[in-house]
Write a protein that binds this ligand. Sequence first.
Ligand SMILES: NC(=O)c1ccc[n+]([C@@H]2O[C@H](COP(=O)([O-])OP(=O)(O)OC[C@H]3O[C@@H](n4cnc5c(N)ncnc54)[C@H](OP(=O)(O)O)[C@@H]3O)[C@@H](O)[C@H]2O)c1
Length: 338
Amino acid sequence: MNIAVYGATGHTGRLAAAGLRARGHDVILSGRDEGRLKALADELGGAAVHRAALDDHAALVALAERADVLIHCAGPFTHTGRPVALAAAEGGCHYVDHALEQHHTAWMFAEMDPLARRAGIAMVTAMSFYGGFGDLLAGAVAAGVPDIGRLTVAYAVNGWRLTTGAKQTAELLFAATDRIVYEDGEFRVADVEPRNAVYPFPPPLGPRTMIAPIPSSDVVTIPRHVRARRVEAQLTADTFTEEHAFTSEHADPATRAGSSFMVAVQAVTPGGPLAGQVSGRDLWRASALTSVEAAVRLAEGHEPGVFGPSEAFAAQPYLRDLEKLGLFTLRLPEGTSS
Ligand SMILES: NC(=O)c1ccc[n+]([C@@H]2O[C@H](COP(=O)([O-])OP(=O)(O)OC[C@H]3O[C@@H](n4cnc5c(N)ncnc54)[C@H](OP(=O)(O)O)[C@@H]3O)[C@@H](O)[C@H]2O)c1
């Protein structure tokens, strides 16, 4: 299998490329800077390199024609999302992305789905930590539950050292006044003023003050497979006030690996709340290897179309497989159906 990584020179791209190599797959390293790509290929002990700038459609299509699957790791997706997704469909390779951006994910469903079906490819958007873990956990906790009033995804993150791409994405998202919200069973675009809420994480975290809502892709993907009246994503308020969060663009990989996280989902049902969590360390590694798992599965074959994480793969077994890779520990309510 040939799996291409676009944005391979970034932190997420490098971890994805290394993760693919560790699983024995051929990798095509791609991005806009040939020198940096070649240096990375040397670090990995040799790998194919394919330079393709975002405005070079022919080079992006040629990349997709060489690959069975393309993992899109370059961001912010507000800028990088469309050209790479369009080229994947034209070149006929499956596609996975790390987008947190709600509007990219909504665009994928609205515009790329017919193109993906015509091309016979599967495209999985938002298969990452933020957005992706919330979606998968919601899929596992709420599978088969018919009547959910409110579903909350709560991200507790410590020691997050933002990369250049993550910092640019966070700045764009927090400045955005056109957030997608899901309330009263409907999507709406609104200028939402964030508030502080309290989320009851289980021990050892306990109740924590949250920024609510955060504009993440799981608000777009979860209502596609969970029957809830309202879906909201939240993030621990102290994540962004930690001293090094926004000043770590040049942090080394070992320092970046020091983050810890708990992602929790609570679904309020007439029979009482249902809750599940994943907790682990190093959200970057978790993000990258989650996309690698998706790419490997797509390369084995998948029905065509655009999918959120839980639509592409049954959520509970997928999370269990990620748990076996050592990305986190998973806790689900007793008797949760898969
Ligand atoms: N949802 C999540 O949990 C999650 C997790 C991980 C990453 N992400 C997203 O993935 C993206 C990358 O994150 P990162 O941490 O890997 O960032 P990073 O280390 O700063 O790397 C950014 C990558 O994007 C490439 N890039 C940026 N602008 C580009 C452009 N105009 N044309 C071509 N390539 C471009 C960079 O190429 P150069 O090396 O040539 O500059 C680099 O390879 C971000 O958007 C981030 O939000 C999301």
